[in-house]
Design a protein around this ligand. Structure first.
Ligand code: PLP
Length: 404
């Protein structure tokens, strides 16, 4: 079913060495490595198709436009969106979240109105709302989490009031790995008459997404975390919302007619895509999503889950190990500390063994405060990692522990 060696062969970078050691790449929540097909798609388009999209009558421009618009169709299919026109290309999850905060905030929020986020959000789903708070005086309400790292759903329900305008919550925590009950969160938001934005940065690579089943109003993710290129991302929006939101940025592509007296905007999604898009990136993203679909998201999910179970068991056996996030529904990411060893020291020493993990606050400082630490180490797994790499990680942590 899942030929791990064949999968690894698709990723040339995995065979490189670091400090004379075999690379063990366990920083996949930050970014994923790219299969050969994706890199070839980028080079291939520059070598033989490159031209600006949507504006040329010539052969190359039409070819590039076809690839770009075909990518919208592939993305729509990947996340179960009803139509390619519900797909807005962005620079990444961060830009998608900013786009909604800025445009929804502009059109539908005024001083004293409220947004609900959670205690486990990435800074990308906190700061855009703080910018809006500075501009318009909106308030940010926060869903607390339990010690195990789960959203406290009763508290969530209690946060709604007549000033609540939108909910914006992550699907999967990049620190705790918690998979949030997004369908239920959406049901509750809708019962209170407000839309919900889902930060899908950590879910699009790991689990099958169907935005219609989830019934979210917006869903944002990044290409580089799902084996695609960096600099490209996606914002899905329900058509009724995309139609109602004002443009985000002004420029070419997003207009029908421009006069000094007035300007008419394009319909969604072009209304939100000012300037020349990253049309090479969109095509390469489509190639990445097709690669993932070829392996099968169900296969990937169950394979990664087996890695999570094995890694959790092995890590827990290390004296002084503390794992943050023990929700029953958890994705393959493990954040931890070991005794009094500073995560930065741990990460730096593991690097010398060729092992790439992440250390620090993981762009989630409010969550660090909640957990009572300033930083953590994090091993995050992808479809190409192996149990052998987990053994290498655990053996190396033991060696570092003995050094201390
Ligand atoms: N949201 C979550 C949960 C993330 O993990 C990340 C990146 O780590 C982001 C948002 C931001 O993604 P990007 O930097 O690709 O825009």
């Amino acid at each position: 079913m899942y030929d791990i060696q064949k999968v690894r062969d698709d990723f040339p970078i995995l065979s490189r060495q670091v400090y004379g050691k075999k690379l063990v790449y366990l920083d996949n929540s930050a970014t994923t490595q790219k299969p050969r097909e994706v890199v070839d798609a980028i080079a291939g388009e520059y070598y033989s198709v490159n031209a600006n999209v949507h504006r040329g009558v010539h052969f190359l421009s039409q070819k590039a436009t076809e690839l770009h618009e075909e990518a919208r169709r592939v993305v729509a299919e990947y996340i179960g969106a009803p139509s390619p026109s519900d797909i807005v290309f962005t620079r990444g999850a961060t830009e998608g979240l900013n786009l909604v905060a800025a445009t929804f905030g502009e059109a539908f929020m005024k001083e004293g109105d409220e947004v609900i986020v959670s205690e486990m959000e990435h800074h990308s789903n906190i700061v855009p709302w703080q910018l809006l708070a500075d501009r318009k005086g909106i308030k940010i309400r926060v869903i607390p989490i339990s010690d195990e790292g789960e959203l406290m759903m009763d508290e969530y329900e209690r946060l709604f009031n007549s000033r609540t305008r939108i909910v914006s919550v992550t699907h999967i925590s990049n620190v705790l790995g918690t998979v949030n009950p997004v369908k239920r969160l959406a049901e509750i938001a809708h019962a209170h008459g407000v839309p919900i934005l889902i930060d899908g940065a950590q879910s699009a690579p790991h689990t099958r997404i169907n935005v219609q089943e989830m019934d979210c109003d917006f869903y944002a993710f990044s290409g580089h975390k799902v084996y695609g290129p960096t600099g490209i991302g996606v914002l899905y929006g329900k058509a009724e919302w995309l139609d109602r939101l004002p443009p985000y940025q002004g420029g070419g592509e997003m207009i029908k007619n421009v006069h000094f007296s007035h300007t008419e905007y394009e319909d969604a999604p072009l209304k939100f895509e000012a300037g020349t898009p990253d049309y090479v990136g969109t095509h390469a993203l489509a190639v990445a999503l097709e690669y993932v679909q070829k392996l099968g998201l169900e296969n990937i999910e169950s394979y990664e889950h087996s890695l999570l179970t094995y890694a959790t068991e092995r890590l827990k056996a290390i004296p002084g190990m503390r794992i943050y996030g023990e929700a029953p529904d958890k994705a393959a990411v493990i954040s931890f500390t070991v005794g009094k060893i500073h995560p930065l020291d741990l990460g730096t020493l593991l690097d010398r063994f060729g092992i790439a993990i992440r250390t620090g606050h993981h762009c989630a400082q409010p969550l660090m405060e909640r957990m009572g630490v300033q930083s953590m180490a994090r091993a995050s797994f992808a479809l190409y990692n192996t149990s052998g790499e987990i053994d290498t990680l655990c053996d190396a942590i033991e060696r570092v522990r003995h050094m201390f």
